[in-house]
Design a protein around this ligand. Structure first.
Ligand code: FES
Length: 633
């Protein structure tokens, strides 16, 4: 098989690959990131690249216009390497640096109580062995430890690795030691023996998201937040949602191993970055608390997730014992304990139990609806006495997937958008003040709301082609609205939203609203009974509450009842890292939350269909919006 060189511009990265390799695979081998939301299926059109030199093979796919093909554009996942190539990756096809959801998840500081962390470093002085004494070093260590920690633990143990280090280190250090102590499911376990006064120790709180992985570095001594890193999950190259990733594991012999490696690489890259920023060595990171949805938890551990999409739709694992970093593959102290939050069901995972923990809703008397809008839409309703949850297939449209100019919330994403019809102007802000590259979830909510207010779209999401503005046009037989003229910002193309994409977003918002409605209904409640709505997830930090109501994404409640809680999953992970009680609470929550399967509940599909209007076909459900838009019920 012949080999060829591929050079990727603008970075100049190059790689040698076998002929027949796709350009997308070559890019991955060269360490170059190309947006590939559909996982290389040729359906998303995100992996557009420009051929600068050479003759590729493969097919152009059916997501490019004739003009684009004439200009030399290719879909990286469909074109193959049959020659030496130079390929340019346009800005919009590059995966941007993530700056989203890095905050502390708006965790109330008073929730971080002094407790028993997942791991800690403690100083201990052992008695030296006495002449004639028969006790081993291990016994004297355990009795000293028991005296010190009798109030926190009943069971004590020492790992083999620590036993190996004990005799020499203790004698070299005149019996003054630092122990690395883990809470392994309630048993105090010594997993490291080091000279007294050794270096500081740190822990990680990790949100293993379908789209994004977020890693927080925590000082275990002070419980303080030190740094964060977020990255697109490398698994995104295998499909945008969990179902396509499960299918990948079924259709490829090494699929499960590949997906496991992809997410591990992402986490390890992030943790190396935060550790490097603070001059911290991997061994000094002595604990990690990870939360993820049920499929991501399976994939991270290399556990076959196939059963999740087969009747009766149960996961292989719902709760896990404390594991060790080495056996998972996390690049920290290999003996470090790794906690994984328990899941509720196949589609309500540990990210939700951790999120519920972080919001404090399970301890509050106030009826709370918690909605996590990520790649899927999960929601929990309840208070201190009961909790119900469900997951709806909202799809990743609000994360930009499936939309020509949709994008993740990265640098250059239009996050706030307003159309002023009198001046025919679109006002916008972008994340990081970057050059506009596309529209992220919060911007998409704004666009739907602002176009509805301005009469550009009707309540069915149809574009009014009769309006006297060039922004409304038909391109490739598709009605669309131009949000940004390319020439305004030096782009070759205009940023627009098509009527079909508006319908796609309406399907997503309707799935979320119908889920909330069915949950409320099954409990004999309505929106006005809800005392607060907490919104978390991919665009929770930026979502405009008024616009979210206007398009019918959230139930119609007074605006002051809606609060955005940012990344509640990573906030919950941090609580679990720092406190035994929090870890026990998450396990209890996973047992306590009653899961509803929306698909089998009567009325869900009808409500979903009824919600395919802005804000809804039934305006009596949205009285404040009807009033604002002067719509007659
Ligand atoms: S079209 Fe190539 S990755 Fe989606």
């Amino acid at each position: 098989m012949s080999k060829h060189i591929v050079v990727f511009q603008p970075d100049g990265a190059c790689v040698e690959v076998d002929s027949g390799t796709t350009i997308l695979e070559a890019a991955s081998a060269a360490g170059v990131s190309i947006d590939s939301a559909c996982g290389g299926q040729g359906t998303c059109g995100k992996c557009k690249v420009l051929l600068a030199l050479g003759r590729p093979g493969g097919s152009p796919g059916d997501r490019l216009s004739r003009e684009e093909i004439e200009q030399g554009f290719l879909l990286a996942c469909q074109a193959t390497v049959e020659d030496d190539l130079v390929v340019e990756i346009p800005l919009e096809s590059q995966r941007g640096e993530f700056q989203i959801l890095m905050g502390q998840g708006q965790l109330d500081d008073d929730m971080i109580q002094a407790g028993i962390p997942l791991a800690e470093r403690i100083g201990l002085e052992l008695e030296a062995p006495q002449p004639g004494g028969r006790g081993g070093d291990d016994e004297r260590l355990l009795s000293a430890l028991r005296r010190l920690r009798a109030d926190s633990f009943q069971d004590f143990a020492i790992d083999l690795g620590a036993l190996r280090a004990l005799p020499q280190t203790a004698r070299d250090q005149d019996w003054k030691l630092d122990l690395l102590l883990a809470d392994v499911d309630g048993r105090a376990t010594v997993f490291g023996v080091e000279p007294a006064g050794s270096a500081e120790s740190y822990g990680l709180a990790v949100d293993v998201g379908t789209t994004t992985v977020v890693v927080h570095l925590i000082d275990l001594h002070t419980a303080g937040f030190l740094d964060a890193c977020a990255s697109l999950n490398d698994q995104a190259a295998y499909g945008a949602d969990v179902i396509s990733r499960i299918i990948y594991t079924q259709e490829h012999k090494q699929g499960l191993a590949e997906l496991r490696e992809a997410v591990l690489n992402t986490i390890n890259r992030c943790l190396a970055e935060v550790a490097g920023n603070h001059g911290i060595r991997a061994e000094q990171i002595i604990a990690a608390a990870c939360v993820g949805n049920t499929v991501m938890t399976h994939l991270l551990l290399g556990i076959d997730p196939a059963a999740i999409r087969r009747d009766p739709y149960v996961p292989a694992v719902r709760s896990l014992p404390t594991l060790r970093a080495g056996e998972i593959g996390l690049a920290i102290n290999p003996a470090a304990p790794v906690y994984l939050a328990s899941c509720v069901s196949s589609y309500v995972g540990g990210d939700i139990t951790a999120g519920v923990l972080a919001t404090g809703m399970a301890e509050s008397p106030r009826l709370t609806l918690f909605i996590d809008l990520g790649t899927n839409g999960e929601m929990v309703i309840g208070h201190e006495d009961w909790l119900m949850c469900c997951s709806c297939s909202a799809g990743p449209a609000f994360e930009g997937s499936g939309l020509e100019y949709g994008m993740y919330a990265t640098i250059g994403a239009m996050e706030r958008v307003a159309y002023h019809p009198d001046a025919d102007e679109v006002e916008y802000t972008t994340i990081g003040d970057g050059k506009p590259r596309g529209i992220c979830g919060s911007g998409l909510v704004d666009v739907l709301a602002t176009l509805l207010r301005a009469g550009v779209i009707d309540r069915a999401g149809r574009i009014n082609l009769g309006l006297p503005t060039p922004r409304v046009r038909v391109r490739n037989e598709r009605p669309e609205f131009v949000l940004l003229w390319g020439e305004e910002v030096g782009r070759a193309d205009d940023i627009s939203l098509g009527e079909d994409e508006i319908q796609n977003l309406m399907r997503s918002k309707s799935a979320v609203f119908a889920g909330a409605e069915v949950l409320l209904d099954s409990l004999g409640l309505n929106a006005l009974n809800v005392e607060r709505i907490l919104v978390a997830g991919a665009f929770g930090n930026y979502l405009d509450a008024e616009n979210a109501l206007l398009i019918g994404l959230l139930p119609d409640v007074p605006l002051e009842r809606i609060r955005f809680v940012g990344n509640s999953a990573v906030a919950g992970a941090r609580l679990a890292l720092l406190g035994q009680e929090a870890r026990q609470r998450v396990a209890e929550l996973s047992r306590r939350m009653t899961n509803f399967e929306l698909s089998v509940l009567p009325g869900y599909m009808d409500r979903y269909v009824a919600g395919l209007f802005l804000p809804h076909t039934d305006l009596s459900l949205f009285p404040s919006v009807a009033k604002k838009l002067e719509l007659k019920p």
